[in-house]
Design a protein around this ligand. Structure first.
Ligand SMILES: Nc1nc2c([nH]c(=O)n2[C@H]2C[C@H](O)[C@@H](COP(=O)(O)OP(=O)(O)OP(=O)(O)O)O2)c(=O)[nH]1
Length: 132
């Protein structure tokens, strides 16, 4: 089956990373992830990321750059991650859809939340880039 991309945002505020706790489906609820979602047909991953952040968190953001790597999710999905930042004046992210809690994690707090297993290598890569 053709791979389908799920885009995840490493949304940064200085050195802090936003983590989002999923509220559904049941097998993922309570675990933490990078906000984002499925790229729709005809859409670029970057556009999908901006759309998902608006829908899920109610914010306007801009994409910075791709975090190298591709992490397999439930077939046929694969997770690609981009760093992103909030546009000035857009306000604080809110858990409008798919999530019931958000947390900005500082450099010493990245592993304080229970990330989805499949997100751990992606967060590790983001962490390495935050340190460099
Ligand atoms: N957004 C996001 N989804 C992830 C991550 N890790 C992970 O396994 N997933 C899974 C959960 C879902 O099965 C799938 C993405 O689906 P989604 O529900 O976020 O996407 P969507 O907003 O486009 O949803 P929908 O149109 O199907 O309702 O990828 C992650 O870090 N971020």
């Amino acid at each position: 089956m053709t791979e389908r991309i799920v885009v995840g945002a490493a949304l940064l505020d200085g050195e802090r990373l936003l983590a989002a706790r999923r509220s559904a489906p049941e097998e993922l609820a309570g675990r933490w992830e990078l906000p984002g979602g499925k790229v729709e047909p005809g859409e670029t991953p970057e556009a999908a990321l901006v759309r998902e952040l608006r829908e899920e968190l109610g914010v306007d953001a801009e994409v910075i750059e791709r975090v190298p790597g591709a992490w397999p999710l439930k077939s046929p999905y694969v997770l690609h991650v981009w760093t992103a930042r909030l546009l000035p004046g857009t306000g604080e992210p809110k858990p409008l859809e798919d999530h019931d809690e958000l947390r900005w994690l500082g450099p010493g707090e990245l592993w304080d939340v229970d990330w989805l297993d499949q997100d751990v290598p992606a967060v590790r890569e983001v962490a390495a880039r935050l340190r460099s």
